[in-house]
Write a protein that binds this ligand. Structure first.
Ligand SMILES: [Zn+2]
Length: 360
């Protein structure tokens, strides 16, 4: 869970990437985990069936990462249970309150991002149509005779999302040529373009160095003290209840003082070279799922349009790999959600570029 937090908040991963990673590593979904525990403990009258069809997807990952139970809080009917004016802790917290808040902010930023869904097509999120809409995958099946036997052939294509939408009666098709680009052709194309552009560029990693900031914890404690002092009014003076409330308040105040005495150290990003070139990363992993992670992580995007025979292209090179990225000042564009921001910039640059086709 810490790793997922780090990847989303500090490295800009999406929930879909996390889901793919968890599926690849065979991490069970909550229901399958529960059933496997039922089986292991020999529980009766409950399900012990592990359904391999139930896997992680971006929605399930997001759902899990939105739960206050990550902070170890007990919940009831979706609400955090309170005792003594403070959330009831029932389990080892996986994230601190401030980490949880940062994660929620990063998830909000992802939700407002511009990336399309990453379902079944490792190039979604990277390949866009000239008109600006993402390319979606489509499949055509044809039957052909081979050595006297009828065989089914499947062709995988990428096409402008508006083509599918128009076919489904939702909106108009874009005005660019409605070309179907075979997936394998696009894979070769982007592979060649990226290696030309970035093959010898050193890959850098960005790591978030958390600062010290107890603001969240301080707010929670202050809230707890306020809640307790409000409840003091309803207990008789000198009663056991009053003594116990006062004791709890005193301990909260002590914690509060300790937290307040710590200086706030600003968080920052550290950019380091991995010592590997883009070519090493790219060729070292022929698996397109892994490559798509690399593409998505780095923010590469290719706009593709026109006819199959003479397509036009507009490539935006991975930002993390560029030299000026290494020289970039800390802060600003490196905050959580930077990828969504970068994509917006790419979109405006491409739409400007696409408006003057004669100058290509
Ligand atoms: Zn289009």
């Amino acid at each position: 869970m810490k790793q997922a937090y780090h990847r989303i908040v500090n490295l800009g991963w999406s929930c879909a990437q996390i889901a793919r990673d968890w599926n690849k590593r065979g991490i069970l979904t909550p229901r399958n985990y529960q059933n496997s525990e039922n089986l292991r403990l020999g529980r009766e009258g409950v399900s012990t069936k592990i359904d391999p069809g139930i896997t992680w997807d971006s929605h399930l990952v997001r759902d899990i990462l939105r739960r206050p139970t990550l902070m170890g809080y007990a919940t009831q009917n979706g609400k955090v249970r309170m005792r003594d004016g403070m959330p009831v802790i029932w389990a080892q917290p996986l994230l601190s309150a401030s980490e949880f808040k940062k994660l929620q902010k990063a998830l909000d930023a992802l939700a407002h991002g511009t990336r399309g869904p990453m379902v079944g097509n490792p190039l979604t999120g990277t390949i866009y149509h000239w008109c600006g809409a993402p390319m979606h995958s489509s499949m055509a099946r044809t039957k052909r005779m081979k050595k006297g036997v009828e065989k089914l052939y499947e062709y995988h294509y990428l096409r402008c999302r508006t083509i599918g939408q128009a076919a489904a009666g939702k909106g108009e098709r874009c005005s660019d040529v409605p070309t179907l680009f075979p997936v394998n052709y696009v894979k070769q194309l982007i592979s060649g373009l990226l290696l030309d552009e970035l093959g010898d560029v050193m890959v850098t990693t960005k790591t978030f160095v958390p600062g010290v900031d107890n603001t969240e914890e301080i707010e929670t404690l202050e809230q707890g003290i306020n809640n307790l002092s409000a409840s003091l009014a309803s207990v008789p003076a000198g009663s056991m209840a009053q003594v116990s409330i006062l004791e709890t308040m005193a301990s909260y105040e002590k914690n509060l003082k300790a937290l307040e005495s710590q200086a706030v150290v600003p968080e920052h990003w550290k950019v380091e070279s991995t010592g590997r070139m883009f070519r090493d990363e790219w060729e070292g992993d022929m698996d397109w799922e892994a490559r798509s992670d690399l593409l998505e992580r780095t923010g590469a995007r290719l706009y593709l349009g026109g006819p199959r025979e003479a397509p036009y292209m507009d490539l935006y090179a991975p930002r993390l790999l560029t030299q000026d990225m290494l020289n970039a000042p800390e802060g600003d564009d490196l905050e959580p959600g930077w990828l969504a921001k970068w994509h917006r910039e790419v979109e405006s640059r491409h739409s400007e570029f696409a408006r003057k086709p004669n100058e290509q």
